[in-house]
Structure formats: C-alpha cells, structure tokens
Ligand binder design. Structure first.
Ligand code: GYE
Length: 312
C-alpha cells in the first residue's frame, strides 16, 4: 500500500547509506576509541559502515578512498594522517559525487572545496590551554620545557605546537628547550624522552614535559621514572586527549593535567551526511567538538573509572 511504502522510504534513509571510513591506524588510545565509537554510532543509525585501517600510511588511505569510490559508497569519512597531498584523490571523489567528511584532522586550505565538512576539535586552542595552564602553574619560576610532537605533517601536531607557543608567549621564564616528534605513540614517546633526559644532564634541567597526546606522555612518564625522576611533582606534565591511562597516572601523582577531546567525531558526521542526503542540508564547513582541561583536582580516579571500557 502507499502507506507502507512511505514508511519504508522514511525509515530507510539511514539504513540505506553505505559509508566508508579511511582511518589512520591505531597509534593511540584515543584513536582506538574513535574507531570503536564510530562503529557504535553507525550501528545506532543503521548505517552500513566500512572501515579501512591505513597503518599510518597516506598511500594506503589514498588506495582506500579509491576503493570506496569504485564501490560507489554514499559518503567517505577521512582522518587525514598528514595535511597535504589529498587534492587529486579528493577531486576524484568529487567527480563521482561522493561527499567527503574529514574527521579529527584537517587538510591544507587548498583542499577546502573538496570536502563537505570537517568534524574536529580546535587543536590550536588545545595547545594554548596547555601552555596557559603551565604558565599559571609555574608562576615566576624559570621553566625549561621539553616537547613531544605528534606525527610530522599532521595538522594537529602543527596546531598543538603553535597553540602552546602562543600560550607561553607572555611568560619569558617558560622556554621550550627541546622539541621532537614521538609520532603519537607510547613507545616513541618513551624513546624520545630518554634522549631528552640524557641531553639535559639526567633531567634535572627539565621543569615540564608537554606532549601532543597522552600516549606519548605515558611513555615519557615511564622514561622519567626509570631515570629516577618524579613526574607529576619534580617534572610537571601536560598533554592532550584524556585517555584513561593518563587519569590513572594523575591519580598516582605521576601526571598533572590533560586536555580532553571527544572520540565521538563520527556521530556528528553521520548526522550531517544523513541531513545532506535526505534534505540537501549543507552543514557548516567546520563542526567543532568541545575541549576541556582536567587537573589532578578533578578526581582522576573517578574519571578513570568512567572512561575505561569505552573503547580506549
Ligand atoms: O589526539 C592523537 C591521535 O588526530 C585528534 O591523533 C587526533 C590525534 C589524537 O593519534 O592521540
């Protein structure tokens, strides 16, 4: 009947959608959670969701996007490992009329008209908040900072560096003395921190560690402990993501602060695509998610308990 036909088409809008997601990999706890949460959000909306894991390689992401285009998916989500080199493959998606949504990282402005919207946090702001926290915490005391950067070429690494530098700009006593990439991983964070400690006279010249993500900080904390330093008291720590393990470290007095970003970037992206497909609603170019600072005063044990098991 006409009635049941109408019911089917209304209810089928989301269920009929097939969306491909080119995910970077699983370098951090935050990203593992993003993958888990994305699947759950797809399920809630009855979306046929395909995830391709690129193992940190842009060439694998480009291949995955081409394969999604060949399969004729309804939309493509992309978490771009680096910010450049996307123009030609995104042009192919555009020519095939497949909308692209960026998740959690940006691409260079030259690609602005090649995607529909980007769901990300404000990563410059995250770095700025981290820097401002440190300035406030050390007061007038001289403070040498070592910085663990994220993946080279990633928008979030550039932005978190820039934001932090802005955050400490007003305090000439706070200085970045060493800065190197730890690739957003625990293992690399530990290794690079070991070399920082060596280069800085066993670490006694280091006042604070700033890491572009918590996983690198967890590695750095390990390195500091092995070198006989006391992270969280002798050496201040500030990082970004709010994964459960950093709250565990905070509860143990071995870490000081983190800036939280949600692992649920796919939820708003699905909603934008559903509205776009069903009603032609064009979303804003940037869908910004919230950022929130946590310190040891914010009951880290309770936050840990509430977060563990959420896919991190
Ligand atoms: O902070 C980090 C990850 O792009 C926002 O990538 C993401 C970052 C996240 O590996 O842990």
């Amino acid at each position: 009947t006409a009635f049941s036909g109408a019911l089917v088409s209304a209810g089928a809008q989301a269920a009929d959608l097939t969306i491909g997601f080119s995910q970077i990999g699983s370098e951090s706890g935050w990203r593992a959670a993003e993958t888990t949460v994305s699947k759950a959000e797809a399920k809630k909306r009855n979306i046929n969701f395909k995830i391709a894991d690129a193992q940190q390689k842009q060439e694998n992401q480009i291949k995955a996007i081409r394969s999604f285009i060949a399969q004729g998916v309804d939309a493509i989500f992309l978490a771009p490992v680096v910010s450049t080199g996307w123009d030609s493959v995104l042009k192919e998606a555009k020519e095939a009329n497949i909308p692209v949504v960026l998740l959690d990282r940006d691409i260079d402005p030259s690609g602005k008209d090649l995607y529909l919207t980007a769901v990300t946090s404000d990563s410059v702001h995250e770095g700025r908040v981290a820097g401002q926290w440190l300035v406030k915490t050390v007061g007038a005391k001289p403070c040498n900072v070592v910085e663990l950067q994220g993946t080279v070429g990633a928008s979030v690494a550039a932005n978190r560096k820039k934001g932090f530098e802005e955050g400490i700009a007003s305090a000439p006593n706070v200085k970045i003395v060493r800065s190197q990439t730890g690739d957003f991983t625990r293992a690399k964070g530990k290794e690079v921190m070991e070399s920082f400690i060596k280069a800085e006279g066993g670490g006694k010249n280091i006042c604070a560690v700033y890491a572009h993500n918590d996983d690198m900080m967890v590695g750095a904390i390990q390195a500091m402990k092995e070198a006989g330093l006391k992270p969280g008291s002798d050496v201040l720590t500030v990082s970004i993501d709010a994964v459960p393990d950093i709250f565990k470290a905070m509860a143990a007095g071995e870490a000081n602060t983190t800036v939280e970003l949600t692992p649920n970037m796919a939820g708003p992206a699905f909603d934008a695509i559903i509205a776009y497909k069903a009603k032609g609603t064009v979303p804003p170019k940037w869908i910004q998610t919230e950022s929130k600072l946590y310190t040891a005063a914010d009951n880290p044990q309770a936050v840990y308990d509430s977060k563990k098991g959420l896919g991190y």
